[in-house]
Design a protein around this ligand. Sequence first.
Ligand SMILES: [Zn+2]
Length: 95
Amino acid sequence: MEERQSQMMVDLVAAIKMAMTPPPSMYHILHPPTNPYWRYVKKIEDYSGGGGSRKWKCNFCGYEKTGFLIRVKDHLARIACRDTGSCKEDPNDVC
Ligand SMILES: [Zn+2]
């Protein structure tokens, strides 16, 4: 009986976690499991001011940027976003 109750608690916790998780698309944009963009940029410094930001350099055009790796996507996709410049050189099949 007790075992059954603890299993119910586990299920309940899992259900709550699922309810609190953002939709998959949004979640993966914010927290990619393995970031594919490291293929396209070179990491220059591990941490620059903390908070998970990195200094990286574009393999294609040499653009340097200190910030979150998610900005690499903006750069390669040529999305004019905040202070991230768009890539001048990337091949079209990157994004
Ligand atoms: Zn670039």
